[in-house]
Design a protein around this ligand. Structure first.
Ligand SMILES: Cc1cc2nc3c(=O)[nH]c(=O)nc-3n(C[C@H](O)[C@H](O)[C@H](O)COP(=O)(O)O)c2cc1C
Length: 260
């Protein structure tokens, strides 16, 4: 089977789920194309027998930018093509993005055969949210890694079509829209402190091109999607939000932990 996994990942959690899915599919003899929103066109998605769409949950839905990309860039289904959706989030409450993505997939002619919500460690600590303790992170990652394997096995078996309802999706997508507007303004609260070494990593990695290194400072514009990649990816931990320094979240380091 030809499988296209198209996703957005701000800080690596969704990328981790996509890579795990890809490894499972490949080990079962299927061919996989991985494509991120930032890469642009999902070149082989039009040829896919199974399309997977995945993203992180922001305020209950996947980011509005990802929804827009799916609507614009994901080609219509070839005859018989199926789709499965996945999201990653810090909890299961209010994580409805897969329902929104399912409706988009159906509109494009796909038969939906799977919807998966993978709980991953939290990457967002603004407000009252605290970083998770290492033991909890380990437990979550172990459980979710197993669930991703089960999801891949299910999709390679004989998954049944799901009944998809568009009820409530407009309100859900309006929430994503509202979140994206709030993010633009909230993003103005980022700043780089004196530890900045002007390496331009944040500028290069920002998914919306919102960060510019100027002569005198790092400028944060008005197209932030609040993914927090700049904070967590900064090599000198120099990026603050509202003048406050938040602990960095590094999934690539966590996955090197012993998960046994
Ligand atoms: C702006 C923002 C909003 C978030 N909102 C939620 C939420 O409503 N519910 C939740 O469970 N997790 C929420 N999270 C946590 C992320 O969904 C979670 O950490 C996700 O796995 C991050 O994926 P990524 O690393 O691929 O970007 C939020 C994260 C961000 C950055």
């Amino acid at each position: 089977m030809k499988i296209a996994i198209c996703f957005f990942s701000g800080t690596g959690n969704t990328a981790y789920a996509a890579a795990q899915l890809s490894d499972h599919f490949t080990s079962l003899g299927h061919s996989v194309e991985l494509c991120t929103m930032e890469q642009g066109d999902p070149v082989q998605a039009s040829d896919a027998d199974l399309l997977m769409l995945g993203g992180p949950i922001y305020a209950g839905n996947v980011p509005e930018a990802f929804i827009r990309w799916v609507l614009r860039k994901i080609p219509s289904a070839k005859p018989g093509a199926r789709a499965a959706l996945f999201s990653t989030s810090a909890g299961l409450l209010n994580a409805n993005g897969i329902r929104s993505l399912a409706v988009k997939a159906v509109k494009k002619g796909y038969t939906v055969v799977g919807s998966f919500t993978f709980v991953m460690p939290r990457n967002f600590y603004f407000g009252s949210y605290a970083p998770m303790e290492p033991e909890l992170i380990r437990d979550i990652l172990k459980k979710t890694t197993r669930e991703i394997g089960e999801a891949a096995a299910l999709l390679c078996g004989e998954p049944q079509p799901e009944e998809i309802s568009a009820k409530g999706i407009l309100a859900l997508d309006l929430t994503a829209e509202l979140m994206s507007v709030m993010a633009r303004f909230m993003g103005k609260q980022y700043s780089a402190d004196e530890n900045c070494i002007r390496c331009r990593k944040c500028e290069k990695n920002c998914p919306t091109g919102n960060i510019k290194l100027l002569q005198s400072k790092v400028q944060f514009g008005l197209s932030c999607m609040l993914c927090t990649r700049c904070i967590h990816g900064c090599p000198t931990h120099a990026i603050r939000y509202g003048k406050k320094l938040y602990p960095q979240y590094r999934i690539n380091e966590i996955t090197k932990w012993n998960l046994e």
